[in-house]
Ligand binder design. Structure first.
Ligand SMILES: NC(=O)c1ccc[n+]([C@@H]2O[C@H](COP(=O)([O-])OP(=O)(O)OC[C@H]3O[C@@H](n4cnc5c(N)ncnc54)[C@H](OP(=O)(O)O)[C@@H]3O)[C@@H](O)[C@H]2O)c1
Length: 260
């Protein structure tokens, strides 16, 4: 890592990619504000990372009043935050017509609305200071047209697009915005999404630690977007030159187990 951050706010730090990002930032001397719903897990992480100052900020980002508390923390000029990691997110697989609409709405609230509101809350003081970073954890799913993942994929398309546009707006003023696009990553995500990944080959998987390393390297290098992992990079590059019909077939293949 070449960029030093003073204090980072990481959402979804209680497990998976967010937890690994928090650990790596702490190892580099960055103070932290860690956000998620599971307070016990956040407290355990704070105890583990005792070499830096860690604030535990429990919040359910599907609840607007909780998100507002996190927004207020980002705007607090007495304890400035120079890196926001918008990582919290979840999905729920299955045919759209069978989706529970309340859950689907929560997916949009956490993956889109909270990301948007927190990015805005962070970017205003960062732009005024002329320095900062916003790392938005998106997904390769946002670039695919995938059945049985319609809502999740659409939320990630939003995150990637928002990030790349904001990067262009803010970078000359000293604020870097980076979209991170992982593929299959070994975390609690797949279980929570209720998706069967038993037929996904080992080669396709990355560890949360490797995704975290690539994410932090990308924002340190000022990149607007990074697809993590060699296999994903190849697939991502191919999908960008592929005709729409090919892209649709790839999405159908990736989600075929849901069609059984
Ligand atoms: N794993 C993959 O294959 C994969 C691939 C591409 C992109 N991603 C993205 O990577 C990001 C991190 O996911 P992960 O793979 O690390 O999964 P994970 O292990 O399930 O972690 C998800 C994190 O988000 C938090 N979270 C979920 N709902 C929340 C809510 N309502 N309010 C606050 N926090 C909430 C969880 O904390 P609590 O439960 O404690 O609230 C947890 O810390 C997500 O944005 C996901 O879409 C994952």
């Amino acid at each position: 890592m070449t960029m030093r951050w003073n204090r980072a706010l990481v959402t979804g730090a209680s497990s998976g990619i967010g937890k690994e990002i928090a650990r790596k930032l702490a190892a580099d001397g960055t103070d932290l504000v860690i956000v998620a719903r599971d307070t016990a897990r956040l407290e355990a992480l704070a105890a583990e990372l005792s070499d830096v100052d860690v604030e535990v900020l429990p919040a359910d980002l599907s609840v607007r009043s909780d998100t507002s508390i996190v927004e207020d923390r980002l705007a607090d000029e007495d304890r400035p935050i120079d890196l926001l990691v918008n990582n919290a997110g979840f999905g729920r697989g299955g045919p759209f017509v069978e989706n529970d609409l309340d859950v689907a709405t929560d997916v949009v609230e956490v993956n889109v609305t909270a990301v948007l509101r927190l990015a805005h809350a962070a970017s205003v003081p960062m732009a005024a200071r002329g320095r900062g970073g916003i790392l938005n954890v998106s997904s390769m799913a946002g670039d695919l047209v995938a059945p049985n993942s319609a809502v999740y994929s659409a939320t990630k398309a939003f995150v990637t697009s928002l990030s790349e546009s904001l990067h262009q707006e803010l970078v000359d003023g000293g604020v870097t915005v980076t979209a991170v696009l992982p593929g299959f990553t070994r975390t609690e995500f797949q279980d929570r999404a209720d998706v069967d990944t038993s037929d996904i080959p080992d080669l396709a998987w990355q560890s949360a630690s490797d995704v975290a390393d690539e994410a932090l390297a990308a924002i340190a290098a000022g990149k607007p977007r990074v697809v993590t992992g060699r296999a994903n990079k190849f697939l991502g590059a191919a999908s960008r030159t592929m005709p729409t019909a090919g892209l649709r077939a790839l999405g159908r293949q990736a989600m075929k187990r849901e069609n059984k």
